[in-house]
Design a binder for this molecule. Sequence first.
Ligand code: G1P
Length: 294
Amino acid sequence: MMNAKVRKAVFPAAGLGTRFLPATKAQPKEMLPLVDKPLIQYGVEEVIHSGIQDIIIVTGRGKSSIEDHFDVSFELEHLLESKGKTELLSMVRSISDMIDISYVRQKEALGLGHAVLRAKELVGSEPFAVVLSDDVIASETPCIRQLLDVYEFYGASVVALMEVPRDQISAYGVVDAEAISHNGNEQLYRIRNLVEKPKPDDAPSNLAIIGRYVLTPEIFSCVESIEPGNGGELQLTDALKYMLRNRPIYGFKFEGKRYDAGDKLGFLKATVEFALNRHDLGDTFRDYLRGLNF
Ligand code: G1P
């Protein structure tokens, strides 16, 4: 039997962004610009390039600029048109033409599992992707596409994995997993257990979950079945652990470089590297950095 096609992607975006205060006091962290594009747009482009058209953004209070960003801006388009700025005009139009976006509110920030559950009605009974937009991933093949390839083969949920140093492991969901051979390489794991933000001594491995998931719809009833976990929140990691009772879950050590753009240092690294890779800025920016005395 063919596995159902993944057509939808959920973007939880109702978090408070406390790691980036004060910039995120009156502005969603998803709208922080990396060079000249808001974080969430990198994630949206990643899913579009992975073949997903239908986007669901879970927003909260103070997040209306996300909706405005993906909406048509008649005033701006009119201004650019009247000034003959055709290149900028087509760039601005391409954002609103990108895809169909639906929004659902998460009234309280009660955890990632809770945020995903808010998308239940809009997702329905089909598999879907989840993207945490503060994890920005630069890769040849979009990270979500890499997970979809595994999903299409096994018909089961898949999470993105990355090895992280022991002293950073407590910031992540961590898996206990067994490597299995897939297409002749060792990037695929069958997950045996998951723990959200363990102490370094309790971490079952150095394999952390990064914010990309492909989930089968059973995840919704799993979130509904669990109790609040780490931080008193409904954790997606705990719902996945619950799902393991009945379903296999895979982990995929994706190819690409991940930036934690929700963290100040990670954001700076991403900004510098993305700017250096830009054909319109890279050379002058490189010269500028070389000229700095530090
Ligand atoms: C969330 C998840 C965690 C995962 C992380 C990846 O945590 O709960 O399992 O490892 O994203 O970025 P957060 O960073 O939102 O605290």
